[in-house]
Ligand binder design. Structure first.
Ligand SMILES: [Fe+2]
Ligand SMILES: [Fe+2]
Length: 268
């Protein structure tokens, strides 16, 4: 993929966080706990064995009204979330915003770690739920995730933080739409708990989108040329699903066909 030439300032540091008025309210306000715990949605393993097994049986019963196609899509969503180590290292490859020590106190580094911690829960809860449902081939899923993370990815940001922020804005929007639609379909299919899981994840993605969009808005103020170039290039950057396709081999085509058929990754 060819990236248009940026000026020599393309890898320049974005404006300091103090210039971007409170872009990360979810992570700066500890008065309200905004993250969820995956265990809140799952059978409680500390209960007596029979009770726990009953909860699992009820969970499996709830999923019987959902078609296989639904699970093909949900597996796709879960795999995308599970490749989180790749995204953290990809974002950290931008020199201007990187976490140089792994525990840097810089606002950008703190954001990246908090974002990663929150995203981690998305794959975690979906993976656990899918495992307990018995509706999917966990062995194939685990191989796919292993291959996907091992392959890594290069989205063509070319050490340009403007591209990263613009890309992240659209990607968060895409995951919000996708998780929101799987929530709706789970509710229609008779699984309100799975609907709640997907809806909760979608709400996280919406907050992430909000934060990245505010950053891009600020970049438009301070450096409109570079920011507009980055926005113009967004269509050339591809989305994570296409990267997943490389890792999934045969499975991906069916997933895309399924996505189209049941309209998960669209607002229609
Ligand atoms: Fe996510
Ligand atoms: Fe997100």
């Amino acid at each position: 993929m060819k990236i248009l030439a940026f000026s020599s300032s393309s890898a320049a540091a974005p404006p300091p966080l103090s210039d971007v008025r409170n872009p990360f309210p979810p992570f700066q306000n500890n008065r309200h706990r905004l993250y969820f715990n995956p265990s809140e949605f799952l059978p409680d393993p500390t209960r007596p064995t029979d009770d726990f097994i009953d909860e699992v049986r009820i969970l499996r019963g709830r999923t019987t009204g959902l078609p296989d196609d639904y699970f093909v899509v949900l597996v796709g969503d879960m795999i995308i979330e599970e490749a989180l180590p790749t995204y953290q290292s990809t974002i950290n490859a931008c020199d201007a915003i990187r976490d140089e020590t792994g525990a840097s106190p810089s606002p950008w580094a703190a954001w990246l770690r908090s974002w990663t911690a929150e995203e981690y829960r998305h794959g975690d809860v979906l993976r656990s739920y899918l495992y307990l449902s018995g509706r999917v081939d966990m062995s194939m899923i685990e191989k796919t995730i292993h291959n996907l993370i091992g392959a890594g990815m290069d989205l063509g940001w070319n050490n340009n933080p403007y591209l990263m922020y613009v890309y992240a804005s659209f990607q968060e929007r895409a995951t919000f739409v996708s998780h929101g639609n799987t929530a709706r379909l789970a509710k229609e299919g008779g699984d309100p708990i799975l609907a709640s899981i997907c809806g909760t994840i979608a709400a996280d993605e919406k907050r992430h989108e909000h934060a990245y969009v505010r950053i891009v808005e600020k970049l438009l103020e301070v450096d409109p040329n570079e920011t507009m170039l980055a926005i113009g290039l967004r269509g050339n950057l591809g989305f994570l699903d296409w990267t997943v396709e490389a890792g999934e081999a045969r499975g991906a085509k069916r997933r895309w066909e399924t996505r189209t058929r049941i309209r998960v990754l669209s607002t229609g």
